[in-house]
Design a protein around this ligand. Structure first.
Ligand code: GDP
Length: 478
């Protein structure tokens, strides 16, 4: 545990320069940015007449998550689905079409609200929750903050276009997250639709649909003509059954932020997805480094709701600041507790930003993986031509051993983009560029989040470095 001189000064309400002077008197030549260990910090603070109460992460976060749920308290919950696929393949159309299948939407008389997620009720206790920000950027950004709310990914592939670059990316994202895929072969109403080509092309990406002898479900649909949507929904519910999705609704709520923004009139507004428990109006909660009291909630049909159970998305008012998508929320017993946790996390985020130690360089990866059983080095590879990527992947496969291996999250032809970096970040992986560079957005994103980008123009050098990283991951022989 450490603290910077600056932060320590701030907590004692004194100027950093004055603290530096005090430290110098004690013979410590440090700057305001230097870090002190906890013992030194305590000595100095006590010398200056402060009483010290050490708060560690474990103390503050203690009990926040609550006890594990008993099996008998677990109740089935609706699946949470994200739609991914190449641009123009029909993600938005499919989301809209699915939404219209809700049997209560008309009755309720509410107006559709885009709150970032919606739930359709198909009757007979069959419900599905959709995240309605399609695409993988939102999905991966949430995952990189530790939230994995998606249970199932619908991969939309247009039958007249088959697999395209963003289809490949989506497959990589799903695999990296370990989320099962259902393939929706869309636009089958078009005369040039060729669903079988989609199925065969998928084989090359290690997706074997059922008719090809695999276990990935595929459904031919037309979002435009609203054809076969019920079959797609059946497939989703079947997959959900296989996943045995359950949650205990009778406990204080916890879950994740799907979307958040500042509304001029209403203040901070955030869409929550409850993962377990039930959220009530009046609940006090901490969310990321913000806290609040649930003043009002409404659903995607604009209806006020008093409570929200597992997988039921609601927009919440009453937070003191805007959280980030992917932030977790927990209901706590008092405002004091909520404030304490939020303030602690704010400090932590500041410290982290100041220290900029969150990196994912190859060296840090090695250190992180030191404890794991089978060691995996995740990487993202971008190259100038398919041939060189294949050569690199081939060589990397050869250096895998039983103990350590390279896990290729994604490969692609072309420059390094922001979405490559976001994907890498979510798995703490470096990005390798072979004869390609990163664009500005990608460099900025990498800089902000400490993702390492390494450039190579000689395959041999690349393989050598990875080999070195892998051997660093090996357990020392005893
Ligand atoms: P997104 O970029 O993946 O969200 O794709 P959109 O939903 O915006 O759809 C792109 C275009 O394809 C639009 O012009 C849609 O009308 C059209 N489209 C979507 N689904 C279908 C379909 O099932 N059949 C046909 N013929 N066109 C479709």
């Amino acid at each position: 545990e450490t603290i910077t001189v600056q932060e320590l000064a701030a907590r004692m309400s004194m100027r950093a320069v004055d603290l530096v002077k005090e430290l110098m008197k004690e013979g410590q030549m440090v700057t305001a940015n230097a870090t002190l260990d906890a013992d030194t910090a305590q000595l100095v603070a006590e010398d200056l007449g402060h009483s010290v109460k050490r708060v560690s992460e474990a103390d503050v976060e203690e009990g926040l998550e609550g006890a594990a749920d008993k099996p008998e308290d677990m109740k089935p919950r609706p699946p949470v689905v994200t739609i991914m696929g190449h641009v123009d393949h029909g993600k938005t159309s499919l989301l809209d079409a699915m939404r219209q299948t809700d049997i209560v939407a008309g009755e309720a008389g509410g107006i559709t609200q885009h709150i970032g997620a919606y739930q359709v009720d198909l009757g007979d206790n069959r419900k599905i929750t959709f995240l309605d920000t399609p695409g993988h950027a939102a999905f991966t950004q949430m995952r990189s903050r530790g939230a994995q709310v998606t249970d199932i990914i619908i991969l939309v592939v247009a039958a007249d276009d088959s697999i395209m670059p963003q289809t490949e990316e989506a497959i990589s994202h799903a695999k990296a997250a370990g989320v099962p895929i259902i393939v929706a072969i869309n636009k089958v109403d078009k005369p040039d639709a060729d669903p079988n080509k989609v199925r065969t092309d998928l084989l090359q990406h290690e997706i074997q649909v059922e008719s090809m002898g695999g276990d990935v479900q595929d459904v031919e649909v037309s979002a435009l003509k609203k054809m076969n949507l019920d079959a797609l929904q059946d497939a989703i519910l079947l997959q959900a059954e296989l996943l045995e999705l359950k949650a205990n609704p009778d406990r204080p709520a916890e879950g994740a932020v799907v979307e958040a923004r500042l509304d001029k009139g209403r203040g901070a507004v955030a869409t929550f997805l409850v993962e377990r428990g039930t959220l009530h109006r009046g609940d006090i909660l901490v969310v990321g480094s913000e806290w609040g009291k649930v003043r009002a909630m409404h659903d995607d049909k604009g209806q006020q709701v008093k409570e929200a159970g597992p997988a039921y998305p609601v927009e919440v008012l009453g937070l003191d600041g805007v959280p980030e998508p992917g932030d977790k929320f927990n209901v706590v017993e008092s405002e004091a507790r909520a404030r304490e946790v939020a303030e602690f996390r704010k400090r932590q985020r500041r410290d982290k930003a100041a220290a900029q130690t969150s990196g994912t360089s190859l060296e840090q990866m090695m250190a992180q993986l030191q404890d794991a059983e089978i060691k995996e080095l995740p990487i993202v590879i971008k190259g100038d031509v398919q041939g060189s990527i294949e050569a690199i992947v081939g060589s990397l496969e050869k250096i895998n051993t039983d103990e350590v291996r390279v896990k290729i999250l994604h490969t692609g032809v072309g420059g390094i983009s922001e979405s490559d970096v976001i994907l890498a970040e979510a798995s703490s992986a470096p990005v390798i560029g072979f004869n390609v560079r990163a664009n500005k957005q990608a460099r900025d994103e990498a800089e902000r989040n400490g993702v390492e980008i390494r450039y190579y123009s000689v395959i041999y050098n690349l393989i050598d470095d990875i080999k070195a990283a892998l051997s660093g991951m090996l357990e020392p022989e005893l």
